[in-house]
Structures are given as structure tokens and as C-alpha cells.
Write a protein that binds this ligand. Structure first.
Ligand code: FAE
Length: 547
């Protein structure tokens, strides 16, 4: 059984320097690989972008999980769909022959309209590692609110372009906490299996895992979890595991083993571009307009909705303003994107009948990060796959589920790194700020403390058992916890509150929400399988009853 007693600080008088000796001298050489000239991502092909004045049966805002499920299923039901995506298409190689740049060498393709990177892990050995980049419509948005930075994917495929691919179905016993208004039987019998199949979810070959040098960090994670009595297990992923084996064997171009993840993955990861979106396009009924951003959705006098859209260039400038008519509109702009649009449209009187739940119930999925410094005889490997494959489950006893995450800096760090998902109960609210003309989020950094305390139920104990300490050099100068960010924004248009129990927006027939904003702040594990499964459930009902 899991012992939930906290094991104290675990410092035991050991010098911090002992744990990191050997990495410092290599710092400049490898971990912070030198800046090279940014690759020029080629201009986008004109993929039949939507024209001003066009009339479409269904318009989907956003091309992440919710939007892709909606588009595919509607198209299969014979409905023509136009998807509007503010980010780029990500289908054209840059001058280096690759579509995406690597984590170790971010160039203009890395960040959404920034002149300096904003890396989630922004220090190494206590030194800041962010670097200047040309401003460009890059793939990862680090969107800053007053108390939290929310990381999101930008481009056709949404978060699937940048995420770790961890495809986790919550334990059934936790489901009533995740989505209290949804019948678990239909989810676990029908929609979770459908989502897993559609996403191409698979498990690592456990025999191969034992010998793969790129997963030494996971095996060290297993050893430490086991010695402290915590359940450790494999976690499914959408990465092509056969391709991963070839990368490790040196018979295929390295991708996960070449530091590709946060700014896109060039080969093995099955992002939505390769799964739902590919299928949707193959129906011939789905069109996508990249570099188009929806700014307004208003009831049209003759029925349907007038949708205002800004076309962007790769500097982020608006080049054309378009207006189209849509019979139905699906908000699939992600938790932040959908919430921002709906809060603005309600507050500015464009959609005044939206109810008072709009903007509420937002959570960070309890995300906190930390590193542990291991002994020199316990290396985690200089070659680390960017694709995590395992986790430590202390949800029931301590409220934390921790991914054993890579630190793929290309050198031995003697560090174990973790992204914890915790049962942090704090929820924030989006609101319209008329003075700035922007939507604010009232999350406070101090609200991460319950999540930190939950993560400590795992790592204080492991540190005590192993005689190790937390790394203090990864998020600032002597700072242990990565408590400034989330990868997993959820909520803001919560199911059965801001919408009915299938995502129909109150007050406006033909307007739907179908993304992570429906989920009230926490999924107990990584969220995209639940977002996909819920979208599968809701679109089936909507097609059956509304169309
Ligand atoms: P999302 O995928 O964010 O798609 C929304 C789309 O709408 C985006 O493409 C936007 O660019 C677009 N958009 C927004 N506003 C507009 C607008 N006004 N007009 C037009 N387009 C717009 O939404 N989850 C996991 O389950 N496993 C993981 O391993 C994992 N790792 C992650 C790692 C990172 C670095 C990040 C950032 C996220 C990670 N996630 C992971 C979270 C996951 O990607 C996220 O929950 C889903 O992508 C959310 O899906 P949605 O459909 O809600």
C-alpha cells in the first residue's frame, strides 16, 4: 500500500554541489546549445482560405482535439465544415528541411509572436536560458495572465503539435470528480475507446523499455518510486513506438531522441494532423483556413451567425478582415481561446443571453514541476527520449499523479524531472477588462500551494528515502517549484453549467462549445484523451438531434 507520510526535506546535510558536479563545465557546450541562424519556415500555401461573404453550414473555431473530432464526425454525417485556425498550417519544411525546430535550438518557429523564448524550464544551474528569436507566428504560445503563464499550441492540430503525447484515460473511480454530469458507463464503454482508437494510442513495449538507453531516466524513476512504496506504471502515448525503436537502433532519423517535442515533432508523433484531421480532410468536406483568427460571433438578422475573422501574416499583423455567415458555430479554440471569446462577446453585448457561468470554473489541472538531484552513481542518461512513458500514482492517498519527465539537454544531468498533476481545488475566473479591451484571468501564483503540497507527498518521501534533494536551479535562483505555469488549461465554459449537458450554449441555438473549456478544471491525469472522448460523446448527440 502507498504510505502517504511525508518524509521531510531530505537534505540531510548533503551539499547541493555534490549532486550537480560534472554538469557545469558542459553547460555552455551542450545544454545551452549555441544559437544558430533561424531557419526560414516557408510561406504557407494558400489552402483555399475562407472568403469574405461566404456562407458555410458549420464553422469550427480552432483545430485542436475538440475541433478535429467535431469536423470529422460532422463531415462523415454529410455536413460541410470550415475550420478557422489562428496558427500556421505546419505542413511546409523550413530551409533546414524540417517543419519543426528542436527544443535545444529554438528559432523563429518556436514561439507565438515573441522576440525572446519563454521556456517552461527557464533556468539551468541557476542561469537563465531564454534567448532572442525573430518575432513570428511560431508554434508554442506562452500566454501570460497576471498569476500564471498558460502554454498552448498554435497551428493546425492545436495542442497536439506541441504536447508530450501522453494519452491517459482517468481511472474510472475518479471520473465523477472529472465530469460529474456525465454518465461514466457511456464514456468507458463507448467514448474513451473511440477516442483512444481515433488518436492512435499505444503502449511502449515493456521488454524493449528495459534495454533502451533513452529510457534510463524512466527506469531510475521507477526504482525511486518503488523504493518509497509508490505505484509506478507505464503511461500510453500517441507516439509511434516502432519508430521510437528505430530511432534508438539508429535506423531512422531521430526525432524524440533528437530533442523534438515542445516546438513540434518531425517524425514519430501522431499529432492530430496525422489522425483526426487527416481523416477529416479525406472526406472532402472539410476545409481549413490557417492564420485566420475569429474575433466575433454575432446573431445574423436572417438566422445563423455572422463570424468576424482577421487574416494574419507571419508577423501577426492583420492583413484582411473578413465576415462570413455560418448556420452553426462550434467554439473549439481551447479553454483559454473559447473562454476569452465568450466572455468578451457576453460582456460587450454581442451575445448577451449567454449565462453567468461563462468564464467560470477554470483550473490548471494542478500542474507543478520539480526536479530532484540524484547521486552521481545514479545517472539518468545523456540521451533521453522527449516522449514520457511512465508515471507515479499517488492520487488517492496524496492527490498527485506525477509524470516521470525527460530533461533532454544532451548531457548527463543526474537529475530526475517530474510534471505533477495534482488535485489542486483552486478555480479561477475570466472577466472582461473594458479599460484594456482584454480578458483577464484572476489566478494567483499562491494558488499553486495546494498542488505543491500534494506533489511533495511523493517527492519529499523519495528524497528522504534516497538521501537526495530537490534541484533548485531549474526555475530560477534557488527555486524548487515550477509553479508559474500550466500546460493543461481546463474550464471557462463548463459542461452542464455554461452549456447544457452536451455543449449547447445557453440562449443561442446553433452555438456549441466542444473543447477543454467544458471540463471543470481538472482531469486527474493528462487531459487530451478526456477532451477527445467528451467531444466524441457530444458530437454524436448533436448530430443525432440537432442536424
Ligand atoms: P487546443 O488543442 O488548444 O486547440 C485550440 C486551437 O484553437 C489552437 O490551435 C488555437 O491556435 C486555436 N485558436 C484559439 N483561439 C482562436 C481564435 N480566436 N480563432 C481561431 N483559432 C483559435 O484545444 N495533454 C495530454 O493529455 N498529454 C500530454 O502529454 C500533454 N502535454 C502537453 C505539453 C505541452 C507543452 C502543452 C502546451 C500541452 C500539453 N497537453 C497535454 C495539453 C493538451 O495539449 C491540451 O489539453 C489540448 O490540446 C486541449 O485541446 P483543445 O481541443 O481544448
Amino acid at each position: 500500500m502507498v504510505d502517504n507520510t511525508s518524509g521531510g526535506t531530505g537534505h540531510k546535510g548533503f551539499s547541493r554541489r555534490k549532486f550537480i558536479t560534472g554538469t557545469g563545465s558542459l553547460l555552455g557546450a551542450a545544454a545551452l546549445a549555441g544559437r544558430t541562424a533561424p531557419a526560414q519556415a516557408a510561406a504557407l500555401p494558400a489552402a483555399a482560405p475562407i472568403a469574405s461573404g461566404e456562407h458555410v453550414p458549420v464553422l469550427v473555431i480552432g483545430t485542436g482535439y475538440g475541433g478535429s473530432v467535431a469536423a470529422l464526425r460532422l463531415a462523415q454525417a454529410g455536413v460541410d465544415v470550415h475550420m478557422i485556425e489562428m496558427g500556421m498550417a505546419w505542413d511546409t519544411p523550413g530551409s533546414d528541411g524540417k517543419i519543426f525546430c528542436s527544443t535545444l535550438n529554438p528559432d523563429q518557429r518556436s514561439y507565438w509572436l515573441r522576440t525572446k523564448t519563454k521556456q517552461p524550464l527557464n533556468y539551468f544551474l541557476g542561469f537563465p536560458i531564454d534567448r532572442d528569436i525573430p518575432r513570428y507566428t511560431g508554434i508554442l504560445d506562452a500566454e501570460e495572465f497576471s498569476g500564471i503563464t498558460v502554454y498552448q499550441g498554435r497551428g493546425v492540430g492545436g495542442g497536439s503539435l506541441v504536447n508530450g503525447g501522453m494519452a491517459v484515460t482517468p481511472k474510472r473511480e475518479n471520473f465523477s470528480f472529472v465530469l460529474p454530469s456525465v454518465n461514466p458507463d457511456e464514456m468507458y464503454d463507448t467514448y474513451y475507446p473511440r477516442a483512444n482508437a481515433g488518436l492512435g494510442v499505444g503502449l511502449i513495449d515493456s521488454a524493449w523499455f528495459e534495454s533502451a538507453s533513452a529510457y534510463q531516466y524512466s527506469r531510475v524513476g521507477r526504482k525511486h518510486a518503488g523504493r518509497s512504496g509508490f505505484p509506478w506504471g507505464f503511461v500510453p502515448n500517441v507516439y509511434d513506438w516502432n519508430y521510437m525503436k528505430q530511432e534508438q537502433a539508429g535506423t531512422a532519423t531521430k526525432s524524440a531522441l533528437a530533442g523534438e517535442i515542445l516546438y513540434g515533432n518531425n517524425y514519430g508523433k501522431k499529432s492530430l494532423q496525422k489522425t483526426y484531421i487527416a481523416q477529416a480532410k479525406a472526406t472532402g468536406r472539410v476545409t481549413i483556413s490557417p492564420l485566420h483568427r475569429v474575433t466575433s460571433v454575432a446573431p445574423a438578422s436572417g438566422g445563423g451567425y455572422t463570424v468576424s475573422i482577421d487574416q494574419l501574416n507571419t508577423n501577426g499583423d492583420v492583413t484582411t478582415v473578413k465576415t462570413v455567415l455560418a448556420d452553426r458555430v462550434f467554439f473549439a479554440a481551447g479553454s483559454v481561446g473559447t473562454s476569452k471569446l465568450l466572455v468578451k462577446l457576453k460582456a460587450t453585448g454581442v451575445l448577451p443571453l449567454l449565462n453567468d457561468e461563462i468564464g467560470k470554473g477554470w483550473g490548471d489541472n494542478g500542474n507543478v514541476m520539480c526536479g530532484r538531484a540524484n547521486w552521481l552513481w545514479d545517472p539518468t542518461g545523456s540521451l533521453q527520449s522527449t516522449i514520457p512513458c511512465s508515471g507515479i500514482d499517488n492520487w488517492t492517498a496524496g492527490g498527485a499523479f506525477a509524470e516521470v519527465a525527460p530533461l533532454p539537454v544532451g548531457i548527463e544531468t543526474f537529475a530526475s524531472f517530474y510534471l505533477s498533476i495534482t488535485k489542486n481545488p483552486n478555480r479561477a475566473q475570466f472577466s472582461w477588462n473594458a479599460a484594456t479591451g482584454k480578458v483577464d484571468l484572476n489566478w494567483q501564483t499562491a494558488w499553486k500551494q495546494p498542488g505543491i503540497d500534494m506533489a511533495k507527498t511523493i517527492f519529499d518521501k523519495i528524497n528522504a528515502k534516497e538521501g537526495t534533494i530537490y534541484r533548485t536551479d531549474l526555475f530560477g535562483v534557488y527555486k524548487i517549484w515550477g509553479d508559474h505555469l500550466t500546460y493543461h488549461p481546463l474550464g471557462g465554459a463548463v459542461l452542464n453549467k455554461a452549456t447544457d449537458n452536451y455543449g449547447r450554449l445557453a440562449g443561442y441555438p446553433g452555438l456549441y462549445v466542444i473543447d477543454g473549456s467544458l471540463i471543470p478544471g481538472n482531469t486527474s491525469v493528462n487531459p487530451f484523451v478526456t477532451i477527445t472522448a467528451l467531444a466524441e460523446r457530444n458530437i454524436e448527440k448533436i448530430i443525432a438531434t440537432d442536424l
